[in-house]
Design a protein around this ligand. Structure first.
Ligand SMILES: [Zn+2]
Length: 504
């Protein structure tokens, strides 16, 4: 038995030695050359800034999420995963007093090359960047195009100054994005120098007597436990202990090897450091030294585009969503125009509406507490959810409900009180207004005339009292509408009429 075990061990060991790139685990795509380049491009100005700046003041970092898909618009990450990611990012950086806020809306790119091969699409990604934000591209693959010892989960590109992260990292709620944002703010790996040549007892010995990292970049010092060279070795931060890239060979948040440095001090890495390669820790953290370095980078002249006096809405949202309509389980008469309505939630400035059913996923962000769904199919059961959030706080839970669509269409819906609706001119070409004419069959009737985009986003609303007879309502279109098909809705207490019109 012992002989068989030895044979097996030696076989697996030699496999490991000769084919380290087959390690079945994920890694970061930022090699030591990239970290050097990042320091050269974005780190130099840090030296001019005092490291003793006020650590207690909160800094606000604008982020732009770029949600990529293939040319057919398929494969994009679901929006709940993006909110979960923003929640994780702000949780991970809370102790550093760095708050990330959404700069405008999510960007959508349906470009297969960007989605599948961002590493060979640098110019394309750069062309899509928001110049005043930390840009995060969520993609299918995150291979930066340079050699790595495993599947690349994400990377920071110093050439383009943006971050790429695989959508699976968002789905799995990992710390990958927090790690890459650490690189963005000029943090090195805690095991800097060992990226392409991780610790291996057979090469480095139980006691590591090398003074520089073998097979790493020339001249990178092997960091010692007694901190005597911590200012110059590895990440050059003294409160992160030595790490000889131990994390890459374990698929856990623990370190069980017995390794000594050349002073015979036992090497104990910080396994739950954000910039290590250990995985599956309950929480990862940045040290004070790392926080200082990141905040200095944020305050450097090379990062002036991120700084402003803007203070985002960031209230913690605690209230549950209360759905008004449709009542859960409702059977609706129509399928192509369904008003989803819920009560305002304190602290929320946006809501994520997600609808799932008939094998489809629909995700929308709305700034008001209602949404008009127009893309659904006939006679299908849908589950939908609404989740409140704001520019910063994205950790609130969603409220779920269901409905079943019917066979009818809103355009055939007639109501007794309003007849003979006409929209003219239709299509709208050069003029910047549109007329709505209808007959009211009631003494006095409050009517809301509303414009929406074809995907249900609110554009315009006016509620007035109309008297019996023919009425004409003129709506200015300047600054309101873009070319395309739009919805006009006439809403009364006893029913709604929906018509479409086109702007050329
Ligand atoms: Zn990394």
């Amino acid at each position: 038995m012992s002989r068989l075990l030895i044979l097996l061990l030696s076989f697996s060991f030699s496999t490991w030695m000769s084919a380290q790139h087959f390690i079945p685990r994920g890694v970061c795509g930022v090699n030591h050359e990239s970290q050097q380049l990042a320091e050269k491009l974005y780190g130099a100005a840090e030296e001019r800034i005092s490291a003793t700046g006020d650590r207690n003041n909160v800094v606000y970092v604008p982020v732009k999420f770029h949600l990529t898909a293939n040319n057919e618009g398929k494969g994009r990450v679901e929006l709940r995963d993006v909110l979960n990611q923003l929640c994780i990012l702000n949780t991970d950086f809370a102790a550093s007093n760095m708050v990330f806020y959404l700069s405008g809306d999510f960007e959508y790119h349906d470009i297969t090359n960007m989605y599948e091969n961002p590493g060979t699409s640098n110019a394309l990604l750069v062309s899509k960047k928001n110049p005043k934000a930390l840009n995060i591209f969520v993609t299918e693959n995150a291979d930066p195009g340079s050699a790595a010892l495993g599947t690349v989960l994400g990377y920071y590109s110093p050439q383009g100054d943006y971050v790429v992260v695989r959508k699976l990292e968002l789905v799995n709620r990992t710390n990958t994005l927090s790690h890459e944002v650490g690189h963005f703010f000029n943090l090195r790996h805690t095991f800097y120098g060992w990226e392409g040549a991780p610790y291996d007892k057979n090469i480095h010995g139980e006691t590591v007597t090398f003074t520089t990292v073998p097979n790493g970049i020339p001249g990178v010092q092997v960091e010692l436990m007694n901190k005597s060279n911590c200012n110059n070795a590895a990440d050059m931060i003294c409160d992160t202990p030595p790490d000889y890239n131990f994390g890459i060979s374990t698929n856990s948040c623990s370190f069980n090897l017995t390794v000594f440095d050349r002073n015979n001090d036992r090497v104990i890495p910080m396994v739950n450091n954000q910039m290590s390669y250990f995985s599956k820790c309950d929480t990862f953290r940045f040290t004070d030294g790392q926080t200082t370095r990141m905040r200095n980078n944020f305050n450097a002249s090379t990062r002036s585009q991120l700084r402003s006096n803007y203070v985002p809405s960031k209230d913690t949202i605690t209230a549950q969503v209360v759905i008004r309509s449709p009542a859960t389980g409702a059977n609706l008469p129509v399928y192509d125009g369904i008003e989803l309505d819920w009560e305002d939630v304190p602290g929320a400035t946006r809501y994520l509406v997600e609808i799932r059913g008939a094998g489809q996923y629909y995700g929308y962000v709305t700034y008001e507490s209602r949404f008009y769904a127009t893309e659904l199919r006939r006679n299908q059961l849908y589950s939908w959810s609404v989740r409140p959030f704001n520019e910063v706080y994205a950790c609130a839970p969603a409220r779920n409900a269901t409905f079943r669509t019917g066979n009818g269409t809103v355009s055939t819906t007639e109501i007794e009180l309003v007849k003979n609706v006409k929209i003219f001119p239709n299509p709208v070409t050069s003029q910047d207004f549109i007329n709505v004419e209808f007959n009211v069959n009631s003494g006095e009737l409050p009517i809301t005339v509303e414009l929406r985009t074809i995907d249900g986003r609110f554009l315009y609303s006016d509620t007035s009292i109309y008297r019996s007879g023919q009425s004409l309502h003129t709506i200015g279109l300047k600054d309101v509408l873009n070319p395309g098909i739009h919805l006009l809705r006439i809403i009364t207490e006893k029913g709604t009429i929906t018509k479409t019109f086109t702007i050329n």
